[in-house]
Design a protein around this ligand. Structure first.
Ligand code: NAD
Length: 361
């Protein structure tokens, strides 16, 4: 399994997208955010996405260097149409608008519609937290119908992530960021490439059989072949029974229907929709009670007696912070098939074998 330094990998991904026709600035953003996903341990949303992004671009589902269009603009609200541009370009612009409005008004909401894949939603909560704002994000992935609702076996929801970010002065923010399915699709993708195995209850076959086998989602595939979930007959399961399934439904309605992206339906091209709320704690709490109470309560949670001796209770964002430190130092481990698929994609856009060899040298 190759282990690649983060900065080398982001430069390589940038070269791939620049060769594929993105501006250098956009290609750099794609490299940056995909690699942050790997650094934080979310390989599902990392560089393994390169071949699929290129395929979407090639087939006209995703466009290089698209300008965002502001559909609605009030002092507290914006509707931003990404017009099927890369999410790594559209999402930071939408977040920036939300930050600016919340700084001015104490509170803001931004609906991002028709975006290319926005990757790890935690990136956007971290961006808001870096500006000292609390944020809440409801997201859907229209067209990517993969998840069976509670009690059903057919695909209806996307993996519809939900995310909340809480800033902490002088510390990394608390970031709760998860797909409302047992696993994100990228984790099935990663498992299909020989990565981490899925939980036993992650998938459901058309006859109701519970499974952890990626073939349930992708059907038959060769090792480095692009995975295509249209070939499989099963679904990912919504997490947390009726509660997780209900949250997924609301992510579809708020992130999808309300943003104008549309709730998930099979057969549509891929688009992320994201409804985000930004709150300035300094306006809600002029006495500055919030940071100290967050610190006190976080410490109380972490001091909970663990179930297993030697175990530990973690808070949201903590596993990512640790993984970032570890992988920042030691590099990103990539399964052979994932690396093979990226190399094939790099060759297809014209990168030389000498350039490819530099990455693992
Ligand atoms: P996950 O199951 O790994 O859960 C991650 C969350 O749980 C984080 O907030 C993490 O800090 C917290 N966490 C993990 N272990 C913990 C522990 N032991 N104690 C306390 N907290 C803990 O995440 P996931 O559902 O696989 O999602 C992975 C990524 O996929 C997310 O970044 C999500 O935004 C992204 N995603 C994106 C899309 C999209 O369309 N763009 C769709 C689905 C998911």
């Amino acid at each position: 399994m190759p282990t690649i330094k983060a900065d080398r990998m982001s430069a390589f991904v940038s070269d791939i997208f620049a060769a594929a026709g993105c501006s250098r600035a956009e290609a750099d953003r794609i490299g940056k955010y995909l690699v942050i996903a790997n650094l934080t341990g979310h390989d599902s949303h990392g560089v393994q996405r390169v071949p699929r992004y290129l395929e979407w671009k090639r087939t006209g589902q995703l466009h290089a260097d698209r300008e965002i269009r502001i559909v609605t603009d009030t002092p507290v609200l914006a509707v931003v149409d990404a017009q099927r541009g890369f999410g790594q370009s559209a999402a930071p612009q939408a977040v920036e608008i939300g930050i600016r409005k919340a700084k001015a008004m104490g509170l803001s909401a931004v609906a991002l519609r028709n975006s290319g894949h926005i990757g790890r939603v935690g990136d956007w909560a971290e961006m808001a937290a870096a500006a000292d704002l609390v944020s809440v994000h409801f997201v859907n992935a229209a067209g990517s119908s993969l998840v069976a609702p509670f009690g059903g076996v057919e695909r209806r929801f996307s993996t519809a992530p939900y995310c909340v970010g809480v800033p902490r002065p002088g510390k990394t923010p608390l970031v709760l960021d998860f797909a409302t399915s047992v696993v994100a699709e990228g984790k099935v993708l990663n498992a299909s490439f020989g990565g981490k195995k899925l939980p036993d209850d992650a998938l459901v076959g058309p006859d109701g059989t519970i499974s952890a086998d990626p073939h349930v989602l992708y059907g038959d595939y060769a090792p480095t072949e692009l995975r295509d979930y249209r070939k499989g007959k099963g679904a990912i399961r919504a997490f947390g029974d009726h509660k997780g399934s209900g949250l997924a439904f609301m992510c579809e309605l708020l992130g999808g229907s309300l943003t104008g992206t549309g709730a998930t339906e099979e057969g549509r091209p891929f688009a992320n929709g994201m409804l985000s709320f930004y709150i300035d704690p300094k306006v809600v709490d002029p006495d500055n009670f919030f940071p100290a109470d967050v610190a006190k309560y976080t410490a109380l949670i972490k001091a909970t007696k663990p179930i297993k001796p030697g175990g530990e209770v973690l808070v949201p964002g903590e596993p990512e912070e640790r993984m970032r430190a570890e992988r920042g130092k030691n590099g990103l481990p990539l399964p052979e098939d994932t690396w093979g698929a990226i190399v094939a994609a790099a060759r297809a856009v014209g990168l030389s074998d000498a350039r490819i060899a530099e990455v693992t040298a």
